[in-house]
Structure formats: structure tokens, C-alpha cells
Design a protein around this ligand. Structure first.
Ligand code: S3P
Length: 171
């Protein structure tokens, strides 16, 4: 069984994936962490030294590698992963368990304000401009996110509850 968690930066993909793994005893891999380990560089470093185009290229290659894992696995991907090339199509074909962790702009702004540094796409955006940036970006990305098999509203739920809810829906 493959479970995929997608959603905007700050939607909780990585931490919910880890929580689900503890509960289900499934293996969990965060695509960003996998990239960092393979490339031996942080995500901001890859963006800075090699550029976003390079990041998107390897993101896609490592995603395909992970999807070949023979074990039961939960994969939390990056916020942009489903939105490049045919990645979303590839994800949807690999499993009936693609979950979109849907958070509102307000929730995302609140969470991301404190965590901009590690995210090259928002690092240089002033706090005041963050709501408009996220609103527009999310609008563009929703086209991909909304194709998920299941959409989970995360705004009013603790991470624990979100993890529980997804586990119940696994098919
Ligand atoms: C990105 C999201 C990041 C990381 C990279 C690009 C994006 O992952 O892959 O900074 O395009 O939204 P998280 O969603 O885990 O922050």
C-alpha cells in the first residue's frame, strides 16, 4: 500500500505522515528529506546553488524512485511536487490513496510566518505580503491539489485527529 500526502507548505504533511507511520507501523518517507539526504544539501542550498529547475528535475526523479518501494509506505511530498510535469498523474496512478491536506490561507499564513527561512519560495516575502502571495499561489496550485482522491480539511483539527481521520479512510 502507498499513501501520499500532498498540500501547500505548512499544511502538516511531514508531521502527519510521521504520526500516521507510528500508528500504522508503516514506513514513512518525506520527499524533501530524501532529496536532502541524496544530494547532501539542504533545500534552500539546492535552490541557491543549482536553481529551482534542477530541484524540480531531481524531485521528480526521486519521487519515481520512492514510488517503486515494495513495502507499505507513506510518502509526504513537497508543496510543489504535484504541480510540476505529470507528477500528479503519476501519483494518482500509483495508489488510490492520495490525500490533500487542505488548509485555509489564514492558517497557512499563521504557520508559515514562523517558518519562512527553510522555504526558498517564501523566504524573501515580507510578512505583510504573505497573505496575498499564498492566496495567489494556492489558487494556481489548487488545480492539481483538488484532483486528489480525498480532501481533508485541516484547519480545525489537531494533527493527531487528521492522522486518525486519514488512517480510517485508507483503502
Ligand atoms: C516547495 C515546498 C517545500 C520544498 C521546496 C518547494 C513548494 O516543501 O519542497 O521548498 O514548491 O511548495 P514543504 O511543502 O514540505 O515545505
Amino acid at each position: 500500500m502507498i499513501v501520499i500526502l500532498i498540500g501547500y507548505m505548512g499544511s502538516g504533511k511531514s508531521s502527519i505522515g510521521k504520526r500516521m507511520a507510528r500508528k500504522t507501523k508503516m514506513k514513512v518517507i518525506d520527499l524533501d528529506d530524501f532529496i536532502i539526504a541524496k544530494e547532501n544539501m539542504s533545500v534552500p542550498e539546492i535552490f541557491e546553488k543549482k536553481g529551482e529547475v534542477y530541484f524540480r528535475k531531481i524531485e521528480r526523479e526521486y519521487l519515481k524512485q520512492l514510488l517503486k518501494t515494495p513495502e507499505n509506505i507513506i510518502i509526504s511530498v513537497g508543496g510543489g511536487t504535484p504541480c510540476y510535469g505529470d507528477n500528479m498523474e503519476v501519483l494518482l496512478k500509483s495508489t488510490p490513496n492520495v490525500f490533500y491536506l487542505k488548509a485555509s490561507v489564514d492558517t497557512l499564513v499563521m504557520r508559515l510566518k514562523k517558518k519562512k527561512e527553510e522555504r526558498p519560495l517564501i523566504k524573501n516575502i515580507a510578512d505583510n505580503d504573505l497573505p496575498d502571495f499564498i492566496k495567489k499561489h494556492l489558487f494556481e496550485r489548487n488545480f492539481y491539489y483538488m484532483q486528489s482522491h480525498q480532501i481533508i480539511d485541516v484547519d480545525d483539527l489537531s494533527r493527531k485527529k487528521v492522522a486518525k481521520k486519514i488512517i480510517k479512510k485508507l483503502s
